[in-house]
Write a protein that binds this ligand. Structure first.
Ligand code: SF4
Length: 250
C-alpha cells in the first residue's frame, strides 16, 4: 500500500477512533508526566491517536503514520469513545492529553470523548501540528492547545507544513501556545516570524530543542535556553526524553 493511499484511509470520518496500538495489543493510553510545554511536569493521562497528515523526518512517533515502515494492522486499534473514557477514568487523574499522530484528523470522532471529559471536569490538552482547522465546539471545550507548526527543518513540503490562516484562528484562545521544534540556531528566526505573522504574543511562543535521546537534547538545550533567557522567550525541555529516553508508553 502506498503512503498516500494509507493516509486517505486514515482520514475517513468514523464514529470510532483510531488509536496507536502498543506491542501488547493495548491502545496507547497511559499515565505519565507531561514532558513539554507549559504543563511540563504535570501528571496526565495520554491518549495517542493514529495517523498524521505530515511526515517530519525527526518524528518520534512514526509508528502512528509511516505505513511504509510500519504495518498498519500492527500499530492501529479502533475503539469507541465510551471504551476510551472508561480506560481514562481508571487512572483517576483528571488531566488528559490527546496526542498523536495528528489528532485533528479525527476531530469529528473525537467530539463525544471531549464532550464527556469536559462535562466531567477534566483538564483537556490537545497536541496538534496546526494544519487542520479545528471545529468551533472543539476549540472552546479544549482547555489547552499545544500547537506545533513545523519549520523547514521538518523536511515536509514547504507549502504543507505551516498554515498561517489556521494558526491565526487559535490566537484568541487564551491557552493556545505555539511550540516550535528547534534543530539549528537558524530555525529560531523562522519560528518567530511565523508566530508574529499569526498574531501570537511572545509569551505564547515556546522554543523546544529537537532530540529523541538525552545527549542530543542536552547538546541543543544550552544554546537554546541561553537564547530564550536573553530574549524573554519561553523554553521547553522534553522531560520524557530525559527521563525515559523516548520509551513508548511512558
Ligand atoms: S506532525 Fe507530529 S506526528 Fe506528524 S509527522 Fe510531524 S512530528 Fe510526527
Amino acid at each position: 500500500m502506498t503512503l498516500n493511499k494509507a493516509k486517505s484511509r486514515d482520514i475517513i470520518d468514523s464514529s470510532i477512533l483510531k488509536l496507536s496500538k502498543m506491542d501488547s495489543g493495548h491502545p496507547e493510553i497511559f499515565i505519565s508526566i507531561q514532558g513539554e510545554g507549559i504543563f511540563a511536569g504535570t501528571p496526565c493521562v495520554f491518549v495517542r491517536l493514529a495517523a498524521c497528515n505530515l511526515s517530519c523526518t525527526w518524528c518520534d512517533t512514526k509508528y502512528t503514520w509511516d505505513w511504509k515502515n510500519f504495518e498498519y494492522t500492527d500499530h492501529v486499534i479502533t475503539l469507541d469513545h465510551n471504551s476510551i473514557y472508561t480506560i481514562i477514568e481508571e487512572y483517576k487523574q483528571k488531566h488528559v492529553v490527546i496526542t498523536g499522530g495528528e489528532p485533528l484528523l479525527q476531530q469529528e470522532a473525537l467530539m463525544p470523548l471531549i464532550t464527556s471529559l469536559s462535562k466531567n471536569n477534566y483538564v483537556i490538552e490537545i497536541e496538534t501540528n496546526g494544519t487542520i482547522d479545528p471545529v468551533k465546539p472543539l476549540l472552546k471545550m479544549v482547555n489547552q492547545w499545544n500547537i506545533s507548526p513545523k519549520l523547514n527543518n521538518s523536511g515536509n513540503p514547504k507549502d504543507k507544513h505551516c498554515e498561517l490562516e489556521i494558526l491565526t484562528k487559535y490566537k484568541s484562545h487564551p491557552n493556545a501556545y505555539l511550540k516550535f521544534v528547534i534543530v539549528e540556531r537558524q530555525d529560531i528566526t523562522e519560528a518567530i516570524k511565523i508566530a508574529e505573522s499569526a498574531g501570537f504574543p511572545a509569551n505564547r511562543l515556546i522554543l523546544m530543542p529537537e532530540g529523541t535521546k538525552g545527549p542530543d537534547l542536552i547538546d541543543k538545550s544550552g544554546w537554546l535556553s541561553d537564547y530564550c533567557t536573553k530574549n524573554g522567550l519561553r523554553y521547553s525541555s522534553r522531560l520524557h526524553v530525559l527521563l525515559w529516553q523516548g520509551v513508548r508508553g511512558k
